[in-house]
Write a protein that binds this ligand. Structure first.
Ligand SMILES: [Zn+2]
Length: 382
């Protein structure tokens, strides 16, 4: 089946993250079974009790442990779309571009991966190959995190599909989020000694966090832009009225750690700052709740997968600042590279599209990767 037709069929199935992805998985399972792959489904219920399914299709027997040489990974969910966007579920071609929700992020990659596997002589494969389709990527890589925890598969190399305009991306910053709550004591603002301002306390802590951010710049990774871990206090809310000493103040702290720096490093630094404030002010009441702690990922520049994708595409590997499922594939043992057709800057918006030529080229590059990693009978040393 031509890659554009596969993409049209995938786009026609609404798989916005808050819906079940069962229908798109059913479609993908049928396609993979028709190619002679073994298919295993990993269903779960999300927080809203909606059924979500991760799927692995591979060139081995049902009874085998799924341990593959190469895994091609795509997420089946998409971000929501505006009801007024008529093409959202009907792939439409104009001037060499295919428009539709998910065309770029990440159904284009999935269509290209199916085309590449369909074109391969699976009986001739010396080393196993897998297609991995996940749920809930757009809401925090929740499907991939379940796979990483349950470990139903391992892979030596993995191409994680995301729109990178066909440039291989071998490293990415992590993504972390915490909420910090300061408590004080309410009172009439004319008599500050009667209360304790949670806002003044929060301000002291935010100033320290700003300094932590400046100190982290010393731990530089020149491959990234900006080349260090960044911090952001994006929301801050406190107090009830202008003439009441604020009883509570809460703020969010987001940070994006560079590879080589543990995601929890910032938590340790902030906790030390809180303890220091508590040493000066025994009443300093503060709680820090970590909501998300996604590690950064980095695959060495010398990795065979990086080298092959560089050679095949003619572009040198880069780095990305947005979150992907590559860290989970790293947890599953893989040297992972993020790669796919389309531009991340047009993803997540009305009018998302993938250039037809990039879509076809992606299928060719993935075919080449399958040949390179899975066709020879003998494992070559990296
Ligand atoms: Zn995506």
């Amino acid at each position: 089946m031509p890659v554009e037709q596969t993409l049209a069929e995938l786009v026609s199935i609404n798989s916005v993250s808050n819906n079940s992805n069962a229908e798109v998985i059913k479609y993908l399972a049928a396609r993979c079974e028709a190619m002679g792959l073994s298919v295993k489904l990993f269903p779960y219920e999300d927080e809203q009790s909606v059924e979500k399914i991760n799927m692995v299709a591979w060139t081995g027997n049902d009874s085998d442990k799924i341990d593959v040489e190469l895994a091609l990974v795509g997420h089946t969910d998409t971000v929501p779309f505006d009801a007024a966007w008529a093409e959202a579920l009907r792939l439409t071609e104009r001037e060499g571009r295919l428009y539709g929700r998910g065309a770029c992020d990440t159904k284009g990659f999935i269509a290209a991966a199916l085309a590449a596997v369909e074109g391969a002589d699976l009986r001739g494969l010396g080393r196993p190959l897998a297609l991995v389709f996940t749920a809930d990527e757009e809401v925090g890589c929740l499907g991939a995190k379940r796979l990483a925890q349950a470990r139903p598969l391992s892979a030596r190399y993995s191409v994680v599909g995301e729109p990178t305009s066909l440039r291989p991306m071998r490293a990415g910053k992590g993504y972390c989020l915490a909420e910090i709550v300061l408590r004080g004591r309410e009172g009439h603002s004319a008599y500050p000694a009667l209360g304790a301002s949670a806002i003044f306390r929060a301000a002291r802590l935010v100033t320290r966090i700003e300094r932590i951010g400046e100190e982290l710049q010393a731990d530089a990774r020149p491959d990234f832009e900006p080349p260090y871990t960044t911090l952001n206090v994006g929301l801050l809310r406190g107090g009830t009225a202008k003439n009441i000493i604020a009883g509570e103040c809460r703020f969010t702290l987001e940070w994006r750690p560079v590879p080589g720096q543990e995601a929890s490093h910032v938590v340790e630094l902030v906790r030390a700052a809180i303890e220091d404030e508590q040493a000066r002010d025994r009443d300093f009441d503060c709680s820090l709740n970590v909501i998300r702690l996604d590690e950064a990922m980095e695959t060495p520049a010398e990795s065979r997968l990086v080298r092959l994708l560089e050679e095949t595409t003619g572009s040198t590997a880069g780095t990305i600042a947005f979150g992907t499922e590559a860290p989970q594939m790293t947890e599953l043992g893989a040297e992972a590279v993020v790669f796919g057709p389309g531009d991340i800057r047009v993803a997540h918006r009305t009018g998302e599209f993938v250039p037809v030529e990039e879509l076809r080229e992606c299928a060719r590059v993935l075919s080449r990767a399958i040949e390179h990693f899975c066709l020879q009978a003998e494992r070559t040393t990296p």
